[in-house]
Write a protein that binds this ligand. Structure first.
Ligand code: DMJ
Length: 933
């Protein structure tokens, strides 16, 4: 997700319906840099230091872009570990992520305007020539309409915007004759068939060559799209219309926005995550500011800034008010249900919401922006990067990090708004972390797991489009950029569109809007704009004073439930029961459960099942507490389950030329040295003979004091470990014999023992799938001496590693052997190696998931209730056997459910409406469980 325009502020203090050029000019005063007035707080950064950091950003960009151009172009993206291009169809499918790839040299197009911002005008000129010469927009590929719009159409328009700016300056691009714009127009027409729905919302995908719904198109049968997917078109489409005079693009984008606005949930003014493009029904009714919705809000505000159309600001302000009322729980931003906005829909946040503080700066709401940004920074300091998702108590929920730029974007805008050098220090940390943990010999690799430091063979184009722009601009002074950045607005992909478009070809402004705003009065709209020139000179420590209380927020989390507890203490009422405090042996707790409509059922196998019947709750408040309790219990169960699984381990190649840059995710063993206890083993690797390690080694001299490589198969893992240990190995790496296997496609597992006592095995053992194992085997072939570190987490690259004399190497094509695993699975299952009599080296017993067999807390639907609509959720708790009376169970099965009306205190609610409400909650929870970014 991304940004806002320059330091342009929010709506301006000018009268409504003012001509936009005036609005733009006035708004430009709203958020200006306050560097000159800073007197205290974080130490100011010298010009030299800023320049040094700016130069570092330039060097990093060269490393990323140079490697893409050298090793991947004309492919869409660079695979930085294997140092080659990612060509769709030639790599295993990664699902939806691949829909950004249209065989149109994505990274080159996405990088165009970054080149100009970074002052690489000559390279820009070359890049534009390459785009015009090489890029084909007519490929038979199904692509995402959203991604193609923001990255490719946006990239071409950003390139065009800066090409004409340069041409006008008179030095570069003198030959340019709107060729990028012509390409953009061609692409625009290719996307239009996607809008052929009754709602006007676009299909999520389109075939670049064949469009939609023709048999050869292989798309057009989808019924749903995400709100951001349908609501993030207006900037690019309006720019295309205004640049070319072809009004159709802006009309289509406006129509889609109008439809979304009409469909907002009228009482909460929130929108859901996915919508049916034919019926307009919300498919997912959870609502936040991150994945699936993010740039819809962003584009409403920026459409106002770019197009000067008040209706967009009115809509944005209405939504913003709802966001701040329900979703914002400072410093957290938590998803809620659109129809029950007081109810959290999940207990974790996704990384995409990190753009939101930047948008709040554009809106002019600085305080919550500072708070949320600080919270995010605390999470980053803990994990080096923002994990794709993290819980309200700041634990990792999804451990990947694909080098997303959103946090850098917000950092840039907060620095522009506050002038607080603290944000420069934040940017410096981002640069350091990227170089330390993500930089590989052939570019920058996404983090597969921020906890272990392992990589994915992936460098997304947005990394070049956005990250380097925001980082460079953060440290740049006005004179470091060859044009005035304040004349442009950033799209969500950080492409630059000139603000003068607001006064060009504006014939279609509002022409086709279907909404009327009679229901809204001026109080809905915030026309004022906090001016940082007034704010900060009065109190230069303003930002710092807001951050200060949040310094330890990651260690001392305070999610909503706790706030509620505090509130109830204040009011003298009893605090609601938290799932983590619940004890099935505590009669008081059981009483509370009963009040909340939760019954507890003992299963024959000793486990305990919780079922909520909302209608049995003593009041609607108790029912809501019960729902929250169940939600927490589900979360707790799945966390416990995760915690019981061993986290993955890391094999880090530390010798020349890798120097720790290549980290492979490995499966642990249930025996041998436990690497989780801050232990590690470092040594050179050697293949064992026989390679399967199933008998006494015939080459003990080769493996003595080394880490032995053994092939999977033919005997138990423990037997292999004993054989290599007897030969003097200090560790072992078992490599899967199933050719082509990778943690991309298979879940990691733990190597189980042999059912006997394995205490005699003292050395550490790790498992690598075949693709990852072959990286080490290739490295041996190329460099002979390969040293690795076995640990639970990749270690920082030791500068000594790089100073060591390189072992003799035949050639120095250091990038070729670096391959990486790309699985997103963090689950670790237990697998026993096959028994000796199972001969085939390729036949492995199916991995058995602990979730299948374990007594671990797990979530399962109730079998005890015939009417599922009357149940909330069911949780099975491990070993919570109590002497609990059967009363509750009996109550849950009385005939009360048939009561047509339920009395909650004074309020009588028809059963149908209650059931409908709860049904929606159940659906939302089910969605939540399946949730993916
Ligand atoms: C970018 O492609 C855009 O910012 C988009 O809006 C969502 N996120 C990615 C980067 O994370």
């Amino acid at each position: 997700m991304s940004g806002a325009g320059g330091d342009r502020g929010c709506g301006s203090p000018v009268p409504q319906r003012a001509p936009w050029n005036l609005v733009a000019a006035t708004a430009a005063l709203c958020l200006v840099s306050a560097t000159s007035v800073w007197t205290a707080g974080a130490a100011p950064m010298s010009r030299e230091e800023k320049q040094k950091l700016g130069n570092q950003v330039l060097e990093m960009f060269d490393h990323a872009y140079g490697n893409y151009m050298e090793h991947a172009y004309p492919a869409d993206e660079l695979m930085p570990l294997t140092c080659r291009g990612r060509v769709r169809g030639q790599e295993p499918s990664r699902g939806d992520v691949d829909d950004a790839l249209g065989k149109f040299s994505l990274t080159l197009i996405d990088s165009l305007d970054t080149l100009v911002v970074l002052n690489k005008t000559k390279e820009f000129e070359d890049a534009v020539r390459k785009v015009l010469r090489d890029v084909n927009l007519d490929n038979d590929v199904v692509v995402s309409v959203f991604e193609t719009n923001i990255r490719v159409l946006g990239g071409l328009l950003g390139g065009h915007s800066l090409a004409i700016m340069l041409k006008e300056k008179g030095e570069y691009m003198q030959w340019y004759n709107d060729e990028l714009l012509q390409m953009a127009k061609q692409l625009g027409y290719k996307l239009l068939p996607a809008f052929n729905t009754t709602s006007g919302l676009p299909y999520p995908r389109i075939n670049l060559k064949f469009g939609i719904r023709k048999p050869e198109a292989r798309t057009g049968t989808e019924t749903d799209t995400c709100t951001a997917c349908a609501g993030t078109l207006i900037l690019e489409f309006a720019a295309l219309s205004r640049f070319t005079g072809a009004t159709i693009f802006e009309e289509y984008a406006r129509k889609a926005l109008d439809f979304l606005w009409e469909k907002r949930q009228r009482s909460s003014n929130l929108v859901g995550v996915t919508i049916n493009i034919h019926t307009g029904d919300w498919v997912r009714k959870d609502s936040g500011v991150g994945a699936g919705i993010d740039s819809y809000y962003e584009y409403l505000l920026k459409a106002y800034v770019l197009l000067g159309d008040d209706s967009f600001l009115e809509r944005f302000n209405t939504h913003y008010d709802a966001i701040m009322r329900y979703i914002s729980q400072p410093p957290l931003l938590l998803d809620v249900h659109i129809h029950k906005p007081m109810l959290n829909a999940r207990t974790w946040m996704d990384a995409l919401l990190a753009f939101f503080p930047g948008l709040q700066v554009l809106k002019g709401d600085i305080r919550p922006a500072i708070e949320t940004h600080e919270m995010l920074y605390q999470v980053i300091k803990k994990h080096n990067f923002l994990p794709e998702a993290f819980t309200t108590d700041f634990r990792v929920h999804w451990a990947q990090h694909p080098l997303r730029p959103e946090f850098a974007e917000s950092t840039y805008f907060l620095y522009k708004a506050t002038g607080d050098p603290y944000y420069l220090e934040v940017g410096k940390t981002l640069i350091e972390n990227l170089n330390k943990y993500a930089r590989v010999p052939c570019g920058f690799a996404a983090m597969k797991d921020v906890r272990t430091g392992s990589h994915e063979d992936r460098m997304d184009s947005f990394f070049l489009a956005e990250m380097f722009k925001y980082l460079y601009l953060l440290f740049a002074d006005k004179e470091d950029i060859i044009f005035d950045i304040e004349d442009y607005i950033f799209t969500t992909e950080a492409h630059l569109l000139p603000l003068w478009l607001s006064t060009t070809n504006q014939s279609i402004s509002k022409k086709n809007t279907t909404s009327d705003y009679t229901e809204l009065d001026d109080s809905n709209f915030d026309w004022t704009c906090p001016n940082t020139q007034i704010l900060f000179p009065n109190d230069p420590l303003y930002a710092q004073s807001i951050r200060e209380p949040l310094k330890n927020v990651v260690d001392k989390s305070c999610p909503r439930g706790i706030i509620r507890v505090e509130e109830s203490f204040r009011s003298g009422a009893k605090p609601p029961l938290r799932a983590r405090d619940f004890m099935a042996t505590n009669p008081e707790h059981l009483e509370i459960l009963k009040k909340m409509g939760v019954s507890l059922i003992h299963l024959k196998d000793g486990r305990v099942q919780l079922v909520q019947h909302a209608i049995q709750a003593a009041s609607s408040i108790d029912a809501e507490d019960g729902l929250r309790f169940m939600q927490e219990m589900i979360e707790l169960s799945s966390q416990q389950q995760k915690e019981q699984q061993l986290p993955p381990r890391a094999v880090q190649i530390v010798s020349h030329p890798f120097f720790g840059r290549v980290v492979l995710t490995a499966g642990p063993a249930q025996f041998g040295l436990d690497l989780s206890k801050h232990k590690e083993t470092r040594g050179f690797v050697a293949s064992s003979k026989p390679y399967n390690g199933c008998s006494e080694l015939t080459n003990p001299e080769a493996v003595m004091g080394k880490i032995a490589l053994i092939q999977r198969g033919q005997c138990m893992f423990a037997e292999k470990a004993r054989n290599i240990q007897n030969a003097g190995a200090i560790g072992g790496i078992v490599i899967d014999d199933n050719e082509g296997s990778s943690s991309d496609t298979a879940p990691l597992f733990q190597m189980a023992g042999d059912g006997k006592d394995t205490d005699d095995i003292k050395i550490p053992m790790l498992f690598l799938f075949s693709k990852e194992g072959s990286i080490i085997l290739d490295a041996i072939r190329e460099y002979e001496e390969v040293e690795v570190l076995l640990s639970d987490k990749a270690k920082d690259r030791d500068p000594d590693m790089e100073n060591e004399e390189p072992p003799s190497s035949e050639n120095d094509s250091q990038n070729q052997s670096a391959e990486q695993i790309t699985s997103s699975s963090q689950e670790v299952d237990v697998v026993d190696e096959e028994s000796p009599e199972e001969g085939s080296s390729n036949s492995h017993p199916e991995s058995s998931s602990p979730a299948d067999t374990d007594n671990a807390a797990s979530f399962s639907p109730s079998e005890q209730n015939s009417n599922p609509t009357e149940n909330q959720e069911t949780t099975i708790l491990d070993g919570e056997c109590t002497d609990l009376d059967n009363q509750l169970e009996e109550q849950s099965e009385t005939g009360e459910d048939s009561n047509p009306n339920v009395s909650w205190g004074k309020k009588v609610q028809p059963i149908d409406s209650i059931l409908a409400d709860w049904n929606e909650d159940i659906e939302a929870f089910e969605m939540m469980e399946k949730d993916e970014l």
